[in-house]
Unconditional design. Structure first.
Length: 322
């Protein structure tokens, strides 16, 4: 199946729909109207003379031709991104760095990198989760992100470079009037039977919810049902106040009025934080970020695992061997 002079925009539309298997979500990722995305897919199918998707009222799936096209389309888009990068002056364009959330470990790495390379423009972005941000990195709309890389699909992870940054101790955000709020630390066993929010329903943070589910299963903690997606601190605080559920977080999570943050112990559960970027990315700002992360990890012991701490084996392996 060959077709000369295919528009990369059409291939990008195809790859995004293939990744989401949902036209509405794919359109949101591409920041286009769903009708426009559907037109692009139909145009690509006409140019190729092949049906690429099976569409029903309930689901979208790839046809056999779509499955065959997908790896080739990805390689074309990777080459297209590499071509654009090769033709650009690396030092002359901003490096887009997704911090997920402001005021935490990734923000400290960015601040130190800016000190190390003041001539580079390092621009912060806030995409809220690596599940979403990794695809944005591969599409060239972001350059760097941070998060739990073990939760990514293998096809995505294989096209990224990764660097361990920190074993982040996990914590719980409690309403001021919660019975456990007066303690200096909260034992996992004391949360048994408690319903705790960990981002369920937020498709941008699937890797965080997956990590929480593994932790909660061992200590009989109940994963809170999906809550409305809240954008911004004020909205998050309002939604959490309505549910009244404690919130799984990490130490250093920005304070919220009406709540207290308490470290989790017995054992200390860890959230693995890695920095990810497109394989082959060449930018002086990236070099500064990598050096800043290594420097802070060394001086503050970020990569020294707490003895007896909890961490899934897949995450431990990735942190050790990447």
């Amino acid at each position: 199946m060959t077709a000369p002079d295919l528009d990369p925009r059409l291939l990008r539309a195809f790859v995004t729909v293939a990744g989401e298997l949902h036209f509405t979500r794919a359109a949101a990722r591409l920041h286009v109207a769903q009708q426009a995305l559907s037109r692009d897919i139909r145009r690509l199918e006409r140019e190729l003379g092949r049906e690429l998707f099976v569409r029903t009222t309930r689901q979208v799936s790839l046809t056999a031709d779509g499955e065959r096209l997908l790896p080739y389309a990805r390689r074309v888009l990777d080459a297209h991104a590499a071509l654009r990068a090769a033709c650009a002056d690396p030092a002359g364009r901003p490096l887009l760095v997704d911090l997920n959330t402001d005021g935490m470990t990734a923000a400290r790495v960015l601040a130190r990198a800016r000190e190390r390379a003041p001539e580079c423009e390092l621009m912060a972005r806030f995409e809220s989760g690596l599940t979403w941000a990794a695809d944005e990195v591969l599409a060239g709309r972001l350059d760097v992100s941070f998060g739990r890389a073990a939760g990514l699909r293998p096809a995505v992870l294989s096209r990224l470079s990764v660097q361990p940054v920190r074993y982040e101790p996990m914590a719980v955000l409690l309403p001021n009037d919660h019975p456990l709020a007066g303690r200096e630390a909260v034992a996992l066993c004391d949360l048994a039977g408690e319903t705790v929010y960990a981002g369920a329903g937020n498709e941008r943070t699937l890797e965080w919810t997956d990590l929480a589910a593994a932790l909660f299963a061992e200590w009989d903690i109940v994963l809170a049902p999906p809550a409305p997606l809240a954008v911004g601190v004020a909205e998050f605080q309002r939604v959490m106040a309505r549910t009244g559920h404690p919130v799984l977080a990490v130490e250093g999570f920005p304070p919220l009025p009406g709540t207290v943050l308490r470290p989790l112990v017995g054992p200390v559960p860890l959230s693995p934080l890695l920095m990810v970027w497109r394989a082959g990315l060449d930018h002086p700002g990236l070099s500064a970020l990598r050096a800043a992360a290594a420097e802070l990890a060394e001086t503050e012991g970020w990569l020294k695992r707490i003895p007896g701490s909890w961490l899934p084996a897949v995450d431990a392996s990735l942190m050790r061997h990447c």
